[in-house]
Design a protein around this ligand. Structure first.
Ligand code: DGY
Length: 331
């Protein structure tokens, strides 16, 4: 009998067809709307594998319902939507999709930085709304990106790819990370500083850390107060890393100049959210990795991980590798 799998969102046909050769697949057929919790609760009871998105909360109470589950393959590099401890305790492998989305997400992050600094969305609206009556000296003026200082919080794969792009704009590079990255410092000419120093000195602050209990609300009122009045905050990582209420206050009180956000504490962000009322906030619907090629690669990598986990191989992107010893121990 083929292992049973549930896929929580409609995937490209080619990926599903390949998986069907070896697995017994059920899938939530909607592309735009996430699988309702009660459907997921029912489906998880008997399946051997779960292929899920960052929109599903795979928490302890859901994991408890699983009786045969061996692997949760997340189609994202971030896996803060999964209770890793509960999965590990239950002997369930968890995988993510690192690497394949690095460059695409760095492209989007730099694009958002440019759009925010040079007010591209506001300028487009200005033109389309018929407000453009004449060229004028200080009309829609923004902040220069070239020669400015970029502070990267979290010099992982995407942070590093962002630094490479910034070098092309002759930016001065600072970073803050849990541990120092000596090779990257040499390669990119990027300087390691404390978080406080980064916030004080940077013209652009980019949040590039994963969401964990340590990084939740890492940027709050106290941190925003350290930034320059002319500085810009960019977040393409996870919404909960920045305290949105504090960010709104900092923008309204002109403590910082603008913000570019691809991620929010609640997604989709409610349309009456105060941040959406501010012209100097550029907002995107979590599209960091959204190129056709990259989303295909992410789906394919998650599928490879799932298949490996269900056919006796070690998945390439296991985020709880300690499980291998546990599983060996169990025979
Ligand atoms: C991820 O992979 O974690 C991104 O947020 C979505 O691509």
């Amino acid at each position: 009998m083929k292992p049973k799998v549930y896929i929580t969102r409609k995937l490209p046909e080619q990926i599903v067809n390949d998986l069907r050769q070896k697995l017994d697949i059920s899938m939530w057929e909607d592309e735009a709307i996430p699988v309702p919790r009660e459907v997921l609760e029912k489906e998880i009871e008997e399946v051997d594998g779960l292929f899920c998105m960052l929109t599903e909360q795979i928490d302890e109470s859901l994991i408890e319902k699983a009786t045969n589950l061996k692997i949760i393959a997340n189609m994202a590099v971030g896996y803060n939507n999964i209770d890793l401890q509960s999965a590990t305790d239950k002997g369930i492998m968890v995988t993510n999709t690192p690497g394949v989305l690095t460059e695409t997400t760095a492209d989007l992050t730099f694009g958002l930085l440019l759009a925010t600094a040079r007010r591209l969305i506001e300028a487009t609206d200005y033109l389309k709304n018929g407000q453009w009556k004449s060229w004028s000296p200080m009309q829609l003026t923004g902040q220069d990106v070239h020669d400015a200082t970029l502070g990267i919080i979290g010099l992982g794969r995407i942070g590093k790819a962002l630094a490479k792009r910034a070098k092309g704009f002759d930016m001065n590079l600072l970073y803050y990370n849990r541990s120092r990255k000596y090779d990257e410092e040499k390669e990119l000419g990027i300087e390691f500083v404390s978080l406080e120093e980064l916030l004080k000195k940077s013209d652009f602050v980019c949040v590039m850390v994963p969401l964990t209990s340590q990084t939740s609300y890492m940027i709050g009122a106290e941190q925003l107060a350290l930034m320059k009045e002319t500085s810009v905050l960019i977040n393409t990582a996870r919404g909960d890393i920045v305290d949105e209420h504090a960010l709104y206050q900092a923008l309204v009180n002109h403590e910082i100049w603008a913000a570019g956000l691809d991620v929010f504490e609640d997604e989709p962000v409610p349309l009456d959210h105060p941040l959406l009322t501010l012209p100097n906030v550029v907002t995107l619907p979590h599209i960091g990795s959204a190129s056709i090629a990259t989303r295909m690669k992410m789906a394919s990598l998650a599928a490879d991980n799932l298949l490996a986990g269900l056919t006796g191989d070690t998945p390439g992107n296991l985020v709880n590798p300690e499980i291998l010893t546990m599983l060996k121990g169990n025979g």
